[in-house]
Design a protein around this ligand. Structure first.
Ligand code: AMP
Length: 472
């Protein structure tokens, strides 16, 4: 099938041709015709399938008629993260090159003023993260009564981030008669409930199961002990990686992203970081530095990395085994894109067996071990128990200079340009991310009671007075 057969307008077809696309992808082929007829769509598709164009192209056709009024956008696209919102805005610039449309972006971490000016001018397309959208709405700066098309993208990621109550609220604020285009990579029960409540007789399109991993990705497991040894294992793998161009490294927790980033930096690797607590400018700077090749490693959390379209990544490292097996599929899907080959290596400790089993069940395959498996791993070296978390960074490791061999071998490190992420400290305390289930820590054995430190007042001898007669 060709794009000409889908019913798109001449202006849109010209932009598609200019983009160099010759054939619609399966989701585009199946979603565009019913979307043009005004039908609701339930698209079960991951990033990388061409789903953005599947909703942007029919929206552009629809927007050729009519115009927007001040404070009353005509279409609304909800995205879970700022990066995805910015990516969709870029798609409108690309596919809407022949249209004169006002596209406004409402995302957290950016000053209100410019965003407000764009909405006041009248936005044909409003691309927003749910929190910032509701902020604007509550301040009376935005009316949703003219929305003709509502797009909810990456719904399962919205669920992970605790956005579903916001989405439900927004769905009730837009007119009942709007068209809804709904996309999710997976369909957990909460998402199914949402679609039942807010979609009207949708056309259901499923293009790839979330459990499928591309055949172009070589997957491997590497057994390791936890603590500092895990970082050492990662450094060894990075230095020995074949056909290496660049790598995304995933951690389960935001705090570990920051720790690992600092550690790689200290060991001479060229690395950036991306996690939900960094401010918008720092996130954009990190992402750009990675895309441009200014840094070769990007340490990420799942939320920050979901859906990012970063073509041509040679390696993915799972520093932590993901606790949600579907995240494994999403993570390794960052490499091996567009038919290229890629490598995905997962570091596994003894505590990860359960999660590894779940992943192998989901993908329907056993993943090969590179080197000894967990059961053959020699016992960890007898070293003093590492200091926990913050304590460790404050004292020992940060001030320790890298060993001579490490200093002499900054394998993949390129000369670093200071990026914004170096100078801007992450801001902690995002209320939404606290709703995300917390994976376990791998910072050492749990500290029971007061741990190693006993306050001195508890060590003072206690003098007990003899009880008086009559007292219990
Ligand atoms: P998405 O799933 O929307 O993130 O798209 C993934 C990538 O596929 C983007 O880099 C798009 O530019 C590209 N793409 C989208 N549609 C097509 C198409 N019909 N032919 C070739 N590439 C496409």
């Amino acid at each position: 099938m060709t794009f000409d057969e889908l019913g798109l307008s001449q202006k849109v077809l010209a932009a598609v041709e200019a983009s160099g696309y010759t054939q619609p992808t399966p989701i585009q082929e199946q979603a565009i015709p019913p979307a043009l007829q005004g039908r609701d769509i339930l698209g079960i598709a991951q990033t990388g399938t061409g789903k953005t164009a599947a909703f942007v192209l029919p929206m552009l056709c629809r927007l050729e008629q009519g115009r927007a009024r001040a404070r009353m956008p005509r279409t609304l696209i909800l995205e879970p993260t700022r990066e995805l919102a910015a990516q969709v805005e870029a798609s409108f610039a690309k596919y809407g090159a022949n249209h004169k449309l006002n596209v406004a972006l409402l995302i957290g971490g950016v000053a209100f003023g410019d965003q407000e000016a764009k909405i006041m001018r009248g936005a044909d397309v409003l691309i927003a993260t749910p929190g910032r959208l509701l902020d604007f709405y509550e301040r009376g700066k935005l009316l949703l009564t003219n929305i003709e098309i509502l797009v909810i993208d990456e719904a399962d990621r919205m669920l992970d981030m605790g956005f579903i109550p916001d989405i439900e609220r927004i769905c009730k604020l837009v007119p009942f008669t709007r068209q809804t285009l709904f996309f999710s990579a997976t369909m957990p029960p909460e998402i199914t409930r949402l679609t039942e409540a807010f979609l009207h007789n949708p056309v259901r399109i499923e293009v790839a199961r979330a459990s499928s991993t591309a055949a172009t990705i070589r997957q491997a497991l590497v057994a390791t002990h936890g603590h500092g040894e895990k970082r050492e294992t990662l450094r060894r793998l990075l230095r020995g990686a074949e056909n290496f161009k660049n790598a995304i490294i995933f951690c389960n927790r935001k705090r570990d992203v920051a720790i690992l980033h600092r550690s790689l930096d200290k060991h001479g690797f060229s690395a950036g970081a991306l996690h939900g607590d960094m401010d918008q400018l720092a996130r954009m700077a990190s992402l750009d530095a990675f895309k441009n090749g200014d840094v070769t490693l990007l340490v990420c959390s799942d939320v920050a990395a979901r859906g990012l379209d970063i073509p041509d990544v040679s390696h993915v490292f799972n520093f932590d085994v993901p606790t949600h097996s579907e995240d494994y599929v999403h993570r390794i899907g960052r490499t091996g894109r567009a038919g290229r080959s890629g490598t995905a290596v997962t570091l596994v400790t003894g505590e990860d067996r359960k999660y590894l089993d779940q992943i192998e069940t989901l993908i329907g395959n056993k993943i090969d071990w590179e080197g000894p498996g967990l059961d053959e791993l020699p016992p960890a070296e007898e070293t003093p128990r590492p200091a926990r978390g913050r304590e460790r960074i404050r004292s020992g490791e940060r001030s320790r200079r890298p060993a001579a061999a490490e200093r002499a071998e900054p394998a993949r490190a390129r000369p670093r340009r200071p990026s914004e992420s170096d100078t801007r400290p992450p801001t902690y305390g995002d209320r939404r991310d606290r709703r995300t289930p917390r994976p376990r820590e791998d910072d050492g054995p749990p500290v029971i009671g007061l741990g190693d430190h006993i306050p001195s007042f508890l060590l003072r001898p206690v003098v007990l007075k003899p009880a008086k007669v009559g007292e219990e």
